[in-house]
Design a protein around this ligand. Structure first.
Ligand code: COA
Length: 259
């Protein structure tokens, strides 16, 4: 197993497939700035390496990711365009080679929104997707304000993004977010098998096909990620987010009556 400097992100390349594992189970695979940096570096390296044809992103059988590490966000807010979280978002949203994801357990915030930039997604039957940005006093990120309504229509997107309601694997399958539901113990292996299949195909044809599939949306996605990032960065220090984060850390319900 090859690892990055950051042991919370494991990187393993074999037979033309780079597998990136989010590996911070004790903190529910929540993602710190350092982990975003490692994820961005891993994607950049897979992009450059001619021997890599496909990337797999996976978590643990019980948890994909609880999203941004809330304490880390408070101490290391992403307040500039080159902040690791923005580097990661740019990297994954413009990644030219196929990305396969395996998702089990909760996928919160970026745990769900990063999937909008993956090509094939296999989910355990315990997968639970949620984008509770509003509940945290924040707005959507990673292009989700554009891509979620495109995927599921405005009204269902409103349930997911305005109410912040979670949805389970069956709903995600019906809406077209994921490709297949399997027992959690089988999701990573299935993602690997599909990645291996992709890796035997001509890379030039994969690259051109993915480029053409994404071309219509590419510029508008990039612009939306930037716009969301500016709002998200500003909102992080505003009263609603401060109250939400304080409530999370103090393990109490937030009081939004004044914000
Ligand atoms: N940031 C920082 N720490 C987090 C975290 C996050 N996003 N999510 C979980 N953790 C930590 C908890 O604080 C706890 O730490 P502790 O053991 O030191 O107290 C540990 O991970 C376990 O979390 P817990 O909430 O007890 O696990 P659970 O199985 O009951 O619930 C989740 C799992 C994912 C449903 C729940 O942790 C959750 O909702 N997390 C917050 C998600 C969120 O709002 N993310 C931000 C999106 S922008």
């Amino acid at each position: 197993m090859t690892t990055s400097d950051n042991q919370d992100i494991l990187i393993h390349t074999e037979a033309a497939v780079t597998t990136i594992t989010i590996n911070r189970v004790g903190k529910k695979n929540s993602i710190t700035a350092a982990m975003y940096g490692a994820l961005a570096d891993a994607l950049a390296s897979a992009s450059r390496d001619a021997a890599v044809r496909v990337v797999v992103i996976q978590g643990h059988e019980t948890i994909f990711s609880a999203g941004n590490d809330i304490s880390d966000f408070l101490s290391t807010p992403p307040d500039h365009a080159d902040a690791p979280v923005f580097r990661f978002m740019r990297g994954i949203s413009t990644f030219a080679k196929p990305i396969v994801a395996s998702v089990c357990g909760p996928a919160v915030g970026i745990g769900t929104t990063l999937l909008l930039h993956c090509d094939l997604i296999y989910a355990g039957d315990n997968a639970a997707f949620s984008m509770p940005f509003v509940n945290l006093g924040l707005c959507p990120e990673a292009g989700s304000s554009l891509l979620v309504p495109q995927l599921m229509g405005h009204q269902r997107a409103a349930e997911a993004l305005l109410l912040g309601e979670p949805f389970m694997a069956e709903t995600a399958l019906e809406m077209g977010l994921i490709n297949r539901i399997v027992p959690p113990s089988e999701a990573n292996a299935l993602a690997q098998r599909q990645a291996q299949k992709l890796a035997t195909k001509p890379l030039s044809a994969l690259l051109e096909t993915k480029r053409l599939m994404k071309q219509g949306n590419a510029a508008v996605v990039a612009a939306r990620i930037e716009e969301e990032g500016a709002s998200f960065g500003r909102m992080l220090s505003e009263p609603a987010a401060r109250e939400a984060f304080a409530a999370f850390i103090e393990k109490r319900r937030p009081d939004f009556s004044n914000v």
